[in-house]
Design a protein around this ligand. Structure first.
Ligand code: HEM
Ligand SMILES: Nc1nc2c(c(=O)[nH]1)N[C@H]1C(S)=C(S)[C@@H](COP(=O)(O)O)O[C@H]1N2
Ligand SMILES: [Mo]
Length: 438
């Protein structure tokens, strides 16, 4: 039996009702349909490989810094401690985790300030970069070969990834943790996908970028970026880069003050916690108030107790009893995941290590601690700290700040303060410390 006779027509010569042989049809499909796939559709004379390459060069420096500070930010949470893990399924992506140090005491203030500020400042550069290459996203035919299909897929992850990671980061900062619990996995996995696509992208684009930046004027559209039929210019390429730079600068001045502090705090118009925290010893940024996390005033009143468990023993303290213990001091900042931070505040209270030893003897020494607050719900009601953090002389259960009792907003009756730790680990309204449980 001949193949052509099969009812399905499988293996038969192609049938074309208009009598156009298959090869001609394919040629016709090569021609882009009217719209953005036609080269003449994109008319801006600003587009070109040089423009794209200058923006690419900025991202080539900025994106790796963002990625590294992001990984550090994740490590700072001690996500491998029991009680902290916000991404239980991170698997081998946690390969690099290490014991977050307590020195220098401004470490997290720096890494997270850089991470958030840079992420915001790069937005105009990123948008301009995407705008400059948008004609390429409509290339025709959409898929030329298996290799081309793979490349397009990597671009989908690159562009999708970058938009996703920037959007989740910025929303989280500006709207104060709108993804309780789920933000970390989203942002963390998203950034790994993005960075994988980024590595593929720069492997192929760095040579193009270097050639374009080395000089020789690009006149034609050999890269498919410059318009073959440009409209009359309304701005030069240099002018367009200037606009992008000015945008970034404006974002820098209105953001960076929230982490740099000093007189610059007044310029931080975008700071989620405002520029003026008010006067007095407790006059520095407040994140959540007791009311905001559902704590009733009486829970922080005279009936408040601190329970300390260590070495199989348990002891209960009133605030007066804690104040009667030897008091230690430490000048430390609050540095939030949102990127804002305070300057060093002078905290005083009882060393965590001293409390552990007081209750558990030597069993309470050199151990991590699980810290719980009176707060009954919310992601930051508790935190686990490492032995190296507990062992630091500056790690306190603070009772006072800058010479005054803690205000309720800053954690009265008692809060944890640890050098170089992210704000979420400086638990406020503490009511129980369990040594050796993490
Ligand atoms: C935030 C990360 C980045 C994103 C989302 C991004 C996105 C894109 C996209 C979608 C294209 C068009 C792809 C195509 O040819 O079909 C492109 C082209 C290009 N990118 Fe990037 N890019 C990024 C970072 C970089 C960096 C760091 C460099 C620096 C080496 C760079 C250099 C280039 C160059 C030179 C081209 C045009 C070259 C060509 O296709 O002929 N990009 N980019
Ligand atoms: N119990 C409890 N402690 C908490 C929080 C919380 O929501 N609940 N927020 C944390 C976060 S995210 C930060 S940045 C700091 C802020 O401390 P501050 O308000 O004293 O500046 O407190 C931390 N301690
Ligand atoms: Mo925070």
């Amino acid at each position: 039996m001949q193949q052509d006779d099969t009812p399905s027509g499988r293996g038969a010569t192609r049938y074309d009702p208009k009598g156009v042989p298959g090869t001609r049809l394919r040629e016709r499909l090569r021609e882009p349909p009217p719209g953005p796939a036609r080269p003449g559709f994109w008319r801006s004379p600003v587009r070109g490989v040089r423009f794209t390459s200058v923006l690419g060069a900025v991202l080539l420096v900025g994106v790796p810094v963002l990625f590294v500070t992001g990984l550090l930010s994740y490590a700072a949470y001690n996500p491998d401690l029991r009680g902290n893990d916000t991404t239980p399924d991170r698997g081998w992506l946690g390969f690099y985790l290490f014991a977050w140090p307590t020195d220098p005491h401004w470490l997290y203030r720096l890494t997270q300030g850089v991470h958030v500020t840079l992420g915001i400042v790069l937005v105009p550069v990123l948008l301009a970069k995407l705008w400059s290459v948008v004609p390429k996203l409509f290339v025709w035919p959409p898929l030329r070969s298996a290799a081309h299909a793979l490349e397009r897929l990597s671009l989908l992850f690159l562009v999708g990834g970058v938009l996703f990671v920037f959007a989740t980061g910025i929303l989280n900062v500006q709207l104060e943790y709108i993804f309780p619990g789920s933000f970390y996995p989203l942002h963390f996995y998203g950034s790994w996908v993005f960075i994988a696509a980024f590595v593929v992208h720069i492997a192929t684009r760095v040579p193009v970028m270097v050639r374009a930046l080395r000089g020789r004027r690009h006149t034609g559209d050999e890269d498919g970026l410059a318009s073959p039929a440009p409209a009359a210019p309304t701005i030069s390429r240099r002018g367009a880069l200037g606009v992008v730079g000015a945008g970034s600068l404006l974002l820098f001045v209105t953001t960076a003050g929230q982490s740099i502090g000093g007189s610059l705090r007044g310029t931080a118009l975008f700071a989620p916690h405002g520029q003026d925290p008010g006067p007095g010893p407790n006059g520095f940024q407040v994140n959540k108030t007791p009311a905001a996390v559902g704590i009733r005033p009486e829970e922080l009143g005279d009936d408040w107790r601190l329970v300390v468990r260590a070495g199989g023993r348990e002891r209960v303290f009133t605030r007066a009893q804690l104040l009667a213990l030897p008091q230690d001091e430490a000048a430390l900042p609050i540095a939030c995941v949102e990127g804002w931070s305070t300057g060093d505040q002078l905290w005083s209270g009882v060393r965590l290590a001293r409390l552990g030893a007081l209750v558990g003897g030597t069993a309470g020494e050199d151990e991590g601690v699980f810290v719980e607050s009176v707060q009954s719900r919310g992601a930051f009601r508790s935190a686990a700290l490492r032995d190296n953090q507990v062992g630091d002389r500056r790690s306190l259960l603070a009772l006072r700040v800058n010479g005054a009792d803690l205000s309720p907003d800053h954690g009265y009756p008692a809060r944890v303060i640890v050098p170089a730790a992210p704000g979420v680990h400086n638990t406020k309204w503490v009511t129980r410390l369990t040594f050796g449980a993490v």
